[in-house]
Design a protein. Structure first.
Length: 278
């Protein structure tokens, strides 16, 4: 496995792999790798001949009051995990490699970026669509792997690829949870013991919603039950509880093919998200 810091090195390694007829899988991450990320890596390894993982805490997707400076950076441990899983290349650029002096290129996509996380974090998705476009161009990937954990991000990336005729295929991967149900996240490192325990109300409330939906409850009743479950934990503060169309993330209509329940809530000062398709 090679760890590269420059665009040029990655391009050369990928070009050599492609020249040998290999398909290229790409897993974008911000590092602090856990089993959620490693499941994306294993899926890429199973579907592609050559796997590139990026480890880049992307400054342009953080708001001015968010946790960019304190976000965990653990490149040595990340590289060890990737090596064990048979990753071919890690791309770990400095911010100046991705955004050099005078940088001024942005990819913006409307619609699905404007609701929920987009409302709570107004510049977030512009940073995500920009960095992913750059990384798709740098890696020349055939397939890119994204977790359903960040459900709206997955919708945004699918739409970016569709709207801009990108040739990369986006492959969704299911949420990986801890044994107690908490969705794995690099930000779980910020939680105290009590906050972590309180945060279990999120996965609990998703299960309540799934059961109610199966029994035919209406969406308003499900939303009320989910809200009540989260509010039963004094350490939790809801940002949003949304039951929306699984593709557009807008109001559910007769044409909706699926309903997704999306949650964002603070456990103490840590903002967590979780979701399930109903
Ligand atoms: P991040 O490093 O948080 O930017 O995440 C990188 C990728 O890993 C994204 O596609 C996430 O959706 C995915 N991911 C993060 N946590 C999980 C999880 N618990 N299960 C599945 N995928 C995840």
């Amino acid at each position: 496995m090679k760890v590269f810091n420059t665009v040029k090195e990655v391009r050369e390694a990928v070009a050599a792999a492609k020249a040998r007829g290999k398909s290229v899988g790409f897993v974008p991450t911000m590092g602090a790798l856990h089993e959620g990320h490693m499941t994306l890596v294993r899926t890429s390894r199973a579907m592609c001949d050559f796997t590139v993982v990026s480890v880049f805490v992307n400054p342009t997707q953080f708001g001015p009051t968010e946790d960019f400076d304190k976000y965990p950076r653990t490149l040595d441990a990340d590289a060890e995990k990737c090596e064990k899983e048979g990753v071919d290349v890690i791309f770990a650029p400095a911010p100046s490699e991705m955004y050099p002096e005078g940088y001024d290129g942005w990819v913006t996509v409307g619609g699905v970026t404007e609701v929920l996380e987009g409302e709570a974090r107004p510049t977030h998705f512009r940073g995500v669509t920009t960095v992913c476009t750059k990384l798709f161009n740098i890696t020349g990937a055939d397939k890119a792997f994204f977790g359903r954990k960040d459900y709206q991000q997955l919708c945004v990336i699918k739409k970016t690829v569709r709207d801009l005729n990108m040739s990369v295929e986006i492959v969704p991967v299911d949420i990986v949870r801890d044994v107690d149900g908490l969705a794995l996240s690099s930000r779980n490192k910020y939680l105290s013991g009590d906050e972590r325990k309180a945060a279990l109300c999120l996965s609990r409330s998703l299960n309540i919603a799934k059961d109610m939906y199966k029994e035919g409850a209406d969406l308003a009743a499900i939303k009320e039950a989910v809200t009540k479950e989260i509010e039963s934990e004094p350490l939790m503060k809801i940002d949003y509880v949304a039951l929306v169309d699984g593709d557009t993330l807008r109001e559910v209509t007769a044409e909706s093919e699926g309903v997704v329940l999306l949650l964002a809530a603070y456990a103490g000062s840590t903002r967590l998200i979780d979701n399930t398709l109903l």
